[in-house]
Design a protein around this ligand. Structure first.
Ligand code: PLP
Length: 222
């Protein structure tokens, strides 16, 4: 199957409430253009420099999502155009995003990354850290960011029950916070689900899936 066929197939079964992020990390521009040409407009990358160079080469009506772990000193490169940052997990990072957004006269949408996987190497905040985070005095000062949702990555496993449990947990954290609203905090987006687990994520309330290999084929580099 080609990239365009893969996209159309996934989209044909996607509920209208769920957005598809095409995760194009490590893939060449020609692959992204094939996806673009069948109407794909949201692309996800996990390295800032790679996203910037693709942004420069691709049409300008694309929403670029940063889905990877972020180095603070590189935020400035994506601040002029990034549409959504999925992996916010510290006040220091949010401080830098706010600063760079201000320089660009923008308000940048962000998702807080919540740790739901059992693996040690997965980033994110624990539930009580999310609560402390949003209750902090610092966050009230940020005028140039908006926290619009949560993001999580499940454990790399075939165990459907475990995946179900992890997505349920994230949905629960999400639901417990949707009543909280302020000028820079209003949860609408729940980013969960990848190539191998997105159907379970959708059953558990995902509104945004991040799909790479099922669209573009296997990656040789992570
Ligand atoms: C690479 C990546 C994806 C996509 O993974 P696939 O299994 O190829 O669909 C989704 N989310 C994040 C955070 C990623 O780094």
């Amino acid at each position: 199957m080609s990239i365009s066929e893969n996209i159309l197939k996934i989209k044909s079964k996607l509920p209208e409430s769920v957005a598809l992020v095409a995760v194009s990390k490590t893939k060449p521009i020609s692959d992204l253009l094939e996806a673009y040409n069948v109407g794909q407009r949201i692309f996800g990358e996990n390295k800032i420099q790679e996203m910037v160079s693709k942004y420069n080469e691709m049409p300008k009506d694309i929403a670029w999502h940063m889905i990877g772990h972020i180095q603070r000193n590189k935020v400035k490169y994506m601040a002029p155009f990034v549409n959504l940052i999925h992996g916010v997990d510290s006040l220091r990072l949010l401080t830098e995003i706010n600063k760079q957004a201000l320089k660009n006269n923008r308000i940048i949408d962000c998702l807080l990354q919540v740790k739901i996987a059992t693996e040690e190497n997965k980033f994110g905040l624990l539930e009580n850290e999310v609560l402390n985070f949003i209750a902090s005095e610092e966050i009230k000062k940020f005028k140039n960011i908006k926290i619009v949702g949560l993001m999580g990555m499940a454990t790399f496993t075939d165990n459907q029950e475990q995946l179900q449990k992890e997505f349920e947990m994230l949905k629960c954290v999400f639901d417990n916070l949707t009543h909280r609203k302020s000028f820079n905090f209003n949860l609408k987006t729940l980013s969960m689900g990848m190539s191998d687990d997105y159907p379970i994520a959708i059953k558990n309330g995902s509104t945004m899936i991040r799909v790479g290999s099922l669209i573009f084929g296997k990656r040789t580099l992570a």
